[in-house]
Design a binder for this molecule. Structure first.
Ligand SMILES: [Fe+2]
Length: 368
């Protein structure tokens, strides 16, 4: 069977491609590739009901190149085989949604004077990491890396930069962090809030730092608790703000993860006050979040001035209204979040393959 990698699929400008997801419809509803369609033939394939599969798929347009998608790229090979026997032209998405979950794409946010700022978009998961580099010293920091650490090593290498530190805006609960692994691999510093990272680990505490430097560039550490007690935003050259999970383009961070019922309201109040401090940083400030819902336009960013009009949660000016809005609009819990937080805090370790399975699924870090 011919296959296509997630990287090739996202770069493809072939208008004849139709992405066919053959998983169960509830899995598809929960998490899918944008513009894909779902025909649930998963069980039929496993049960050998090939006549039923063919009947369900025969309505697909014959003039399309069909990319078949399942969980891990195995069952979709059978779907492709059956489709080919029906005269369709198909490709199998390599590693299916697991492969889609691992896809990273780097785009420039700024490349001027001494600053090379890149946004690393994890397309399938909705997560964003960053590389803050210096053109003069050829060094960089990686911010909020995923567990796919090889992606960051590759991006730094491609740009001729040496990683000198890993920074986390907070300890994540929705996806596995690559910070500790990347720190060990590069033998560099790991910066995170000591309030968030409760485990014994070798790190530099962002709670006690106000600024980091890289070449001529300044990274101010703005303390913005709320999403977590130790959340920070990173102000790069007073022009761009990496907001972590404090502020997104369409919403704000959720304050409930890891908090008990009574503390969620308190967390929402703390978040409200942190957001008010962010609002003061100037309308021209470029907001660079750690999650997104749409990557139609890259880099994924917006001027703070525009968000003050467009972001409905950020617009709320009364604390009471903000808190009740947040409490009434909390999304579902991210799957396995307790376990993910323990791993990210260094309290437990997991082999990589199990790690990929653990964080399978969409991101659920925002209140909107
Ligand atoms: Fe988060």
């Amino acid at each position: 069977m011919k296959s296509i990698t997630p990287k090739e699929l996202i770069k493809s400008s072939d208008k004849s491609v139709l992405i066919l997801d053959i998983r169960h419809s509830d899995s598809f509803k929960d998490w899918s590739i944008k513009d894909s369609i779902n025909v649930d033939v998963y069980d039929d394939i496993w049960n050998g009901n090939f006549g039923d599969v063919k009947q369900k798929l025969c309505q697909l347009p014959k003039d399309k190149k069909i990319v078949t998608v399942c969980n891990a790229g195995v069952t979709s090979q059978n779907a492709s085989m059956l489709l080919e026997s029906m005269g369709y032209n198909t490709l199998v998405l390599e590693k299916g949604m697991m492969g889609w979950n691992a896809l990273h794409q780097a785009v420039d946010v700024a490349n001027e004077n001494d600053l090379l700022l890149k946004q690393i978009i994890r397309v399938g998961k909705g997560c964003l990491s960053y590389m803050i580099g210096s053109n003069s010293t050829k060094e960089c920091f990686i911010v909020d890396p995923s567990q796919f650490v090889e992606e960051y090593l590759e991006i730094a290498k491609e740009n001729g930069l040496r990683i000198i530190g890993i920074i986390e805006t907070h300890v994540h609960a929705d996806h596995l962090s690559g910070a500790m692994a990347l720190k060990e691999f590069t033998k560099t510093e790991y910066y995170v809030s000591g309030t968030d990272l409760k485990a014994k680990a070798d790190f530099l505490d962002l709670d006690t730092l106000d600024e980091l430097k890289i070449g001529d560039n300044s990274i101010k550490i703005i303390k913005t608790p709320g999403h977590t007690d130790g959340s920070v935003c990173l102000l790069v050259n007073d022009k761009a703000l990496l907001t972590g999970d404090t502020l997104f383009l369409e919403g704000v961070g959720r304050p409930d993860l890891g908090r008990n019922k009574e503390d969620i309201e308190k967390g929402a109040k703390i978040l409200f006050s942190a957001l008010n401090r962010v609002k003061e940083l100037g309308n021209k400030l470029i907001i660079l979040p750690a999650h997104f819902t749409s990557c139609a336009k890259v880099p994924i960013c917006e001027k703070l001035g525009n968000l003050l009009y467009n972001n409905l949660t950020l617009k709320i000016s009364s604390e009471q209204e903000f808190v009740s809005y947040i409490l009434n609009n909390l999304p579902m819990m991210p799957p396995n979040y307790g376990q993910i937080k323990s791993i990210n805090s260094g309290l437990m370790r997991l082999p990589r393959q199990m790690g990929e399975q653990l964080e399978f699924g969409p991101n659920r870090c925002a209140s909107r």
